[in-house]
Structures are given as structure tokens and as C-alpha cells.
Design a protein around this ligand. Structure first.
Ligand code: U5P
Length: 378
């Protein structure tokens, strides 16, 4: 007999990069599999899209009493989690990010009068940033240890979590995924014409333009490649480094070859225009954009930081170099783009790898198995 359908509460930062995207997509896929999903977040997750059967949204609102210097979002979230769990008889809470979500889930568990289980997924930032802050270490450790299951999006993040926080409990590996019905090579021939002539290749970078993304390196690589072949650079997303990068582009006198597209909604469409994705990050626990590119048949050239080597098969679906080695990244880009046969092999390997290793079906079932395990259902 089929195991019973679950009632799951999901909390994430609904608009924050890869983690928000993955948490939302996971909720949608679980709902499609017949589970009842309750998003408990401060605003509607931005990729939630249209109406879905089996999906409910509970808004966390924070009272801003004048006695509080800081509105107590964490406490409001914990109360809301407990309230929704009791009212909807949730089986478990799946929270993305340890801080503050796993701490809130721990509080909620104490508040409700039955065996509510909690699952925490680590996406990186909370470990890499907050674990460096000694004062937060004990809190993150508590949140992790009190979860009934903990998952992380790469082996590298598991290793880092263990070494920084001295965690003994098992951590499950659950890679990020893309929905193959959305991410596949789109026909963008007409769109492409707005940015590049038929003989020009398109390099692309998509990020939040934070210093860890090393967008400076992206520009340096592009500049080098431009010296040998006709290329355009499309920059997608927005963030703190943007104006600095705009200045750099002007200083190098390459404005007419570089387009700033700003924040984009339909990344599957945009990414399909690219011939190569550049991701030279300083730190990357997974690198969801590289997977989105891979699924659309676009190889990645970038750094071997964090979880990137687990995602990109070096020499098959992209090329990785040490962080900051822009010379090597430039050479790899030129080599790949000047060899049509090699390029076509890479493209096919990308699509194949995304559809097998990082397919939504496989990863959703992995999460489901973790839920059944913590609930003691076989
Ligand atoms: N993203 C967008 N629009 C943008 C920039 C980024 O939707 O303008 C998305 C990427 O497609 C990806 C996530 O899903 O944000 C960033 O994930 P990561 O690469 O930071 O893990």
C-alpha cells in the first residue's frame, strides 16, 4: 500500500536566492504528489505562481509595538508555526535555513501538544556566514541538533558544517534540483538577435552581485575573451557591486559589448540565450544558476569553490579553475567556444546530467523518504 499523504509546513526566506527558489519548487512538487503543503512565511514565495491545489499560505505578520526597538519576527514566526501546526494537524515542519527558522521550529515543537517533527535544510549562508560569528555558533548548533533530520545541499556544505560547528548527528545530502518541465533549452533565436549577431557568442552571469560572486572576475574573463573572438556579455540580477561593475565596464571601454539586464523573472528563457555561464565565485554552497544553465544545455566556466565541483563535471559539462584564476577561465572559454564539436558534446552532457543527477523527481523522493523516516512510516 502507498504510504499516507503528509501535511507539511514549509518556512523559507521566500525571496532569497537559491534557497527560496528550491523551497518553493519543492513545496509545489510535493503538492503535486498529493501532500498538503502549508507555506508559513512573511510574504508569498515569488516563484509560487498560479493557484495550486494542496497549497496553502499562512502569512507571518509582526506587531510593531512601540516598546520594541526591533519587531520580534522570530517569535511571531514560532507562534504562527505552532498555531498552524495545531490547527492543520501538521505532521512536520520543513525549514530552510537554520537561523532563525530551525530555532523557531524548535520553539513551535515545544508549544504544540503532540509529536510534531522538524526537518532543517542548510543552504549555506547560515553556516558560512553566521558560524563565523562565535556568538551565534551555539544557537545554530542547538537548532541543528534539535531537528529530527538535517539536510544540506552539497557534500562540501556537510563537511563545513561538521568542522565549524562540531556536529555529530547525521546530515543527509539533498542536492538542489530544477524542474525539467521549466528548465530545458528554449528556442530563443528571435530574442538572441536583440543582443548578438549570429556570429557572436553570448557569455552570461547571473547573481545577486555580492562580493562573493566575484563579478570583477566575470568582467576580466569577458575582456580577455573579447580580444580573441566576437562575444557579448549579458549580466542578470542586481546587487551591491553593480555600480562598481558598471564603472569597470566603462573604464575598459567595452560598454557596447555588455548588457545589464537587471533582475529577471523568467530565468529559463534568459539563460537559454547564453553559450556559456560564468560563475567564478569565492564561495558557493551549491550554485543553483549553474544547474539552471546546465538543464538548458549551457556549460559553466567558473571556480572550484564549495559545492561547484559536485555540480559541474569538470571537462564534461564545464571547466573549473582555482578561485581568481581568470587566465585559466578565459582560456577554457575560448577553447570551448572555438570547437563546435566539443561544444556540442558539452551541451548534450549538460542536459543529460541535469535530467538524471539533479532531476526534480529524484530529489523530491529523497525529501519524501526523509519525512517518512522521521515520522517512523516505512
Ligand atoms: N535569480 C532570478 N532572477 C535574477 C537573478 C537570480 O530568478 O535576476 C534566481 C536564479 O535563477 C536562481 C537564484 O534560481 O535566483 C539564485 O540562486 P543561487 O545561484 O544564488 O544559488
Amino acid at each position: 500500500t502507498e504510504p499516507r499523504k503528509l501535511k507539511i509546513g514549509i518556512t523559507c526566506y521566500p525571496t532569497l536566492g537559491g534557497s527560496g527558489v528550491v523551497a518553493t519548487e519543492l513545496g509545489k512538487l510535493l503538492a503535486e504528489r498529493g501532500h498538503e503543503i502549508h507555506f508559513i512565511t512573511h510574504s508569498i514565495p515569488f516563484r509560487l505562481g498560479k493557484f495550486h491545489k494542496n497549497i496553502f499560505f499562512h502569512e507571518v505578520s509582526v506587531n510593531n509595538y512601540y516598546v520594541f526597538r526591533y519587531p520580534p519576527y522570530d517569535l511571531a514566526l514560532a507562534s504562527k508555526m505552532a498555531q498552524v501546526a495545531k490547527m492543520q494537524q501538521l505532521d512536520l515542519l520543513h525549514v530552510h535555513y537554520a537561523i532563525p527558522h530551525a530555532v523557531c521550529a524548535h520553539l513551535a515543537k515545544q508549544m504544540v501538544g503532540y509529536q510534531l517533527k522538524t526537518v532543517t535544510t542548510l543552504h549555506g549562508t547560515d553556516i558560512t556566514v553566521l558560524a563565523q560569528d562565535e556568538s551565534m555558533k551555539d544557537l545554530i548548533r542547538l537548532a541543528i541538533n534539535e531537528s529530527d533530520a538535517v539536510t544540506a545541499v552539497s557534500q562540501d556544505l556537510i563537511r563545513e558544517t561538521r568542522s565549524l560547528l562540531d556536529i555529530q548527528a547525521p546530515i543527509d545530502l539533498t542536492y538542489n534540483f530544477v524542474d525539467k518541465r521549466i528548465y530545458y533549452p528554449r528556442d530563443v533565436s528571435s530574442l538572441r538577435g536583440d543582443y548578438a549577431k549570429p556570429h557572436e557568442r553570448i557569455l552570461m552571469h547571473i547573481s545577486n552581485f555580492r562580493p562573493v560572486k566575484r563579478v570583477d572576475d566575470v568582467i576580466d574573463i569577458f575582456y580577455n575573451v573579447l580580444q580573441t573572438m566576437p562575444v557579448k556579455l549579458l549580466l542578470v540580477g542586481e546587487g551591491p557591486e553593480q555600480s562598481k561593475i558598471q564603472h569597470k565596464v566603462q573604464r575598459l571601454g567595452i560598454e557596447e559589448h555588455v548588457y545589464f539586464l537587471g533582475k529577471q523573472e523568467d530565468v529559463a528563457q534568459v539563460i537559454s540565450m547564453a553559450d556559456v555561464l560564468l560563475l567564478p565565485s569565492e564561495k558557493e554552497s551549491f550554485g543553483l544558476v549553474a544547474l539552471e544553465a546546465m538543464a538548458c544545455g549551457v556549460p559553466t566556466i567558473g571556480s572550484d569553490a564549495g559545492g561547484i565541483p559536485e555540480l559541474i563535471a569538470h571537462g564534461k559539462t564545464g571547466y573549473l579553475s582555482p578561485i581568481g584564476d581568470v587566465e585559466s577561465m578565459s582560456r577554457d572559454t575560448i577553447n570551448l567556444l572555438s570547437d563546435p564539436i566539443l561544444y556540442s558534446q558539452f551541451k548534450h552532457a549538460c542536459i543529460e546530467r541535469a535530467r538524471t543527477v539533479f532531476c526534480n523527481d529524484i530529489i523530491t523522493v529523497q525529501y519524501e523518504q526523509i519525512y517518512y523516516r522521521v515520522l517512523g512510516i516505512d
